[in-house]
Design a protein around this ligand. Structure first.
Ligand code: FAD
Length: 560
């Protein structure tokens, strides 16, 4: 393949590989820790558009040279789908679309740019006593989050972030234009549905959205419970029993949301015990003033954790069945950390179609607690866990009933339970041993030690897959979601990400081909198909760098 010239002429920053200072910082994103060595996160250049005109220039460049553009806003994709390699460009929107305008006097509708973190969004809404369902990581950006749905503490009571989107502004390749796509306009519905869960980043550049937001005053009696219990296998099992029992009754009120999270001790947290169980529970007062509250569910959680005396604050804050406005509760349901650990990982998100009767028959709570203990048992083995368990089922669940008109393509909305089981890995040993290995990363001892821990992490995850899915301890069907995607090839794994196969996938794929006939928004294999032949070509990275150096007239500051 002929090497195309370096991208030039943008108003915004353009950080070219092998030429410009700051390339390593510019390409860093969440998946870098796991996928750097596979050379998946090595765009030819990262460009920071100032406005739409730079986006159009990038599209012209990509069309002319038959390249791909990976779109990144917050960079939280686990599998690195917002990055690319070879001659392809990365378009970074983290600073570009920042408008925020209330559309009406009662502050129930807002139009805003996608370049905003979830914690900033929540805080702006809270200022007006408003809230909306979102995920739980403070630094995730709206840009990717709206595409992957927005699953979190409010999923059962209020549904997903995507369910509240009214209009989306998108820049498409064919025709090359910026346009608004409206939930209520018949001819927009296909594209609207495709953006929300169809295949993130592959239909065009989303710049702004209009959201309907919820009012605190409609849920004046809402209550929350937030605390930490010290991790013990037995405590986790008892809490999981409570979670499973929520599904005993098809009509468990939609007011209840309950998420159990697990976190290993981090290296820097010297004064902390090995692991903690973080519990977030909420009663949403969906029917408003006059609705009767029954404390029985929160009491069960407290008892399972060992009683009130064992409830510890999480990051200095505890709620013990306290009444609080929904917007205030939402500020308690986010994890204020950029990432769980600064480590590579194997991630898994499983959705389950099992009912409580199935999980009891398979004794899933005991199995899950044992699987956690298998990783958590020895704190010097270099393995760290990230885990979450959630009930999202029943007839009253808004996950199920909020999208009856099929206005999103987010799959598996009839799931009853969700679970993440992630393994992070590091050098093994005590503090001094880890320090010694880290100081010589290229030595045989260090490489061997890390390879051993990596293998153990992989085996742990694969055993969970085998027992949890193939042996149906957790789910009868392998159901994956885009927000927790861990695969590299979407075409090969599509049956796990799309329900209504093949109908939904085929419809989305047809639309993709109409909107983007040159596949400029297909910059990696975690993209809806068909995949253009260039994704299969191995590009010589030396070529890219040599060419860029030759044509820039400067010495490279970084070559990676
Ligand atoms: C620590 C952590 C915790 C998380 N917790 C949750 C959670 O509780 N709930 C939940 O639902 N999710 C959660 N996620 C997943 C996260 O919500 C998704 O990965 C989300 O898509 C990230 O958006 P982003 O803009 O930050 O990421 P990016 O990596 O920039 O984008 C993710 C995807 O969206 C595409 N995209 C991004 N911006 C645009 C745009 N403007 N136009 C078109 N395509 C675009 C990208 O190409 C990519 O495929 C978590 C992720 C992490 C790392």
């Amino acid at each position: 393949m002929h090497v195309p010239p370096p991208p030039e002429g943008f108003q915004g920053r353009n950080v070219r590989r092998g030429v410009d200072e700051g390339y390593d910082g510019a390409v860093y994103q969440y998946a870098y820790s796991s996928h750097r060595d596979e050379e998946l996160i090595q765009p030819r250049a990262v460009i920071y558009p100032t406005d739409d005109s730079d986006v159009f220039k990038a599209m012209d460049y990509a069309t002319k040279y038959k390249l791909g553009i990976a779109i990144r806003t917050g960079g939280h994709s686990y599998c690195g789908s917002s990055s690319t390699n070879g001659y392809n460009l990365q378009l970074d929107l983290s600073q570009t679309y920042t408008d925020f305008t209330w559309d009406n006097v009662d502050h129930t509708q807002v139009t805003l740019g996608v370049s905003i973190t979830l914690s900033r969004l929540q805080s702006k809404l809270r200022h007006k006593n408003r809230f909306i369902p979102t995920g739980q990581c403070s630094y995730v950006n709206l840009g990717g989050h709206l595409h992957t749905g927005g699953y979190g503490q409010l999923t059962r009571s209020f549904g997903l972030l995507a369910d509240y989107i009214q209009k989306i502004r998108i820049i498409t390749a064919n025709p090359p234009e910026a346009r608004w796509v409206d939930r209520n306009v018949a001819e927009d519905k296909k594209l609207f549905r495709a953006i929300l869960g169809g295949s993130p980043g592959n239909f065009g550049v989303v710049t702004d959205v209009t959201l309907n937001v919820l009012r605190d005053e409609d849920h004046p009696l809402s209550r929350g419970l937030r605390c930490v219990f010290l991790y013990k296998e037995e405590t986790l099992k008892k809490l999981l029993d409570v979670l499973v029992e929520q599904d005993d009754d098809d009509n468990t009120p939609g007011d209840y949301d309950f998420i159990i999270s697990l976190m290993s001790k981090r290296e820097e947290e010297e004064d902390r015990p090995a692991a903690v169980i973080v519990v977030f529970a909420q009663w949403a007062n969906l029917r408003g003033p006059g609705q009767e509250y029954n404390p029985e569910f929160f009491n069960k959680i407290r008892e399972a954790g060992g009683g009130r005396a064992h409830m510890l604050p999480f990051h200095g804050l505890k709620l013990d069945d306290e009444q609080m406005a929904m917007s205030g509760l939402c500020s308690h349901w986010v994890f204020d950390m950029v990432r769980e650990y600064q480590l590579p990982y194997y991630k898994r998100l499983y959705m389950s179609d099992s009912r409580s009767i199935d999980l009891k028959e398979k004794d899933w709570p005991t199995w899950a607690a044992k699987r956690v203990q298998a990783l958590e048992g020895n704190i010097d083995d270099g393995l760290y866990i990230g885990g979450q368990f959630q009930y999202c089922g029943g007839h009253q669940s808004r996950l199920r009933i909020k999208d009856r008109d099929n206005l999103t393509s987010l799959s598996w909305r009839d799931s009853n339970f969700g679970c993440t089981l992630d393994a992070f890995y590091d050098y093994p040993g005590d503090f001094m041993q880890r320090k010694a290995l880290r100081s010589e990363p290229e030595s045989k001892a260090s490489r061997d030690a890390l390879a051993r821990v990596k293998k153990a992490a992989k085996e742990w995850v694969e055993k969970n897959d085998k027992e949890g899915i193939a042996e149906q301890r957790f789910t009868k069907e392998d159901r994956r979601l885009f927000w927790g995607a861990y695969d590299q090839d979407l075409v090969a794994t599509r049956k796990f990400y799309y329900d209504q196969e093949p109908h939904k996938y085929d419809e989305l794929s047809t639309l993709k081909q109409q909107l983007d006939p040159n596949y400029i928004f297909t910059a990696n294999k975690f993209s809806i198909g068909p995949h253009p032949p260039r994704l299969m070509q191995k590009v010589s990275l030396a070529n890219v760098i040599d060419y860029q150096i030759e044509h820039s007239g400067t010495r490279p500051t970084t070559i990676k």
